[in-house]
Write a protein that binds this ligand. Structure first.
Ligand code: SF4
Length: 244
């Protein structure tokens, strides 16, 4: 499940939404969001600062697809001893604190000799020049969240729960592409907000107008036929009649 990280301002917006909801005592127990908003850090902050269970897929390791072998979460950390145990039972020397993109990380390097002698080395280290497996861990609370969510998001119960978001992206896409939500007609955030509210209301009215009282079939919820689709149907019908 690949995701693209959201820009910092989007993360700030999420934080602001949570802060505003909490200030009005309206913080939800659970908030399902697009994968761009979920990282171990945002999940941790939402839980600890606002009591919100932020749910969304976290990014897989960049090498997960290229190396379908052992991922970071397959290694067992010993936080007291500051060591990792690999799936083949080898234990690393104590990890060292480091920085990656200015953020604190823990650098774990398995001994070269141990990995060279390992049959699983090609699918673990991914290198052929005999280096030991190198792993960067997040600080403990974040690493535990990343491990947990990466495992959970592959399970059916998690996917069923997340499926409640189905339709959100389609609605956003509809307001953007069919109703011009990204083109602001006004100046200033107050008027822009009015445009957003009116667009949302208009979207709901259009949807309601399409919703004919049900006759028991699923047809009454079907999307209207686009002109292009209508043309295709017309042409295929004409072709069918010509050949019959
Ligand atoms: S290559 Fe090294 S770290 Fe990977 S499974 Fe083998 S011994 Fe463990």
């Amino acid at each position: 499940m690949a995701t693209t990280p959201a820009p910092e301002q989007d993360i700030d917006t999420l934080e602001q939404i949570h802060a505003d909801l909490a200030a009005r005592d309206l913080a939800p127990a659970e908030h399902l969001v697009d994968g761009g908003y979920t990282s171990p850090a945002t999940i941790h902050r939402a839980r600890n600062e606002y009591g919100i269970d932020l749910a969304g897929p976290v990014r897989l390791a960049p090498t997960a697809r290229a190396l379908p072998g052992f991922n970071k979460e397959d290694f067992q950390p010993n936080w007291e001893e500051k060591a990792l145990t690999c799936p083949n039972g080898a234990t690393s020397p104590p990890w060292k604190p480091t920085l990656a993109d200015g953020r604190p990380r823990l650098s774990v390097l398995f001994p070269r000799a141990t990995c060279r002698a390992c049959e699983d080395r090609p699918k673990c280290t991914g290198n052929v020049d005999g280096k030991g497996r190198h792993i960067l861990l997040l600080p403990q609370p974040l690493q535990e969240i990343q491990n947990r969510v990466r495992k959970e998001q592959n399970t059916r119960p998690w996917q069923d729960r997340y499926a409640m978001r189905a339709g959100c992206e389609a609605t956003v896409s509809e307001t953007v592409h069919a109703h011009g939500l990204r083109n602001c007609r006004y100046r200033g955030t107050a008027k822009t907000h009015v445009q957003h509210v009116l667009t949302a209301a208009g979207t709901n009215i259009i949807r309601l107008s399409r919703h004919r009282p049900g006759d028991g079939s699923a047809d009454h919820l079907a999307s209207p036929t686009t002109r292009f689709r209508h043309l295709c149907q017309q042409l295929s019908e004409e072709t069918r009649i010509r050949h019959s």
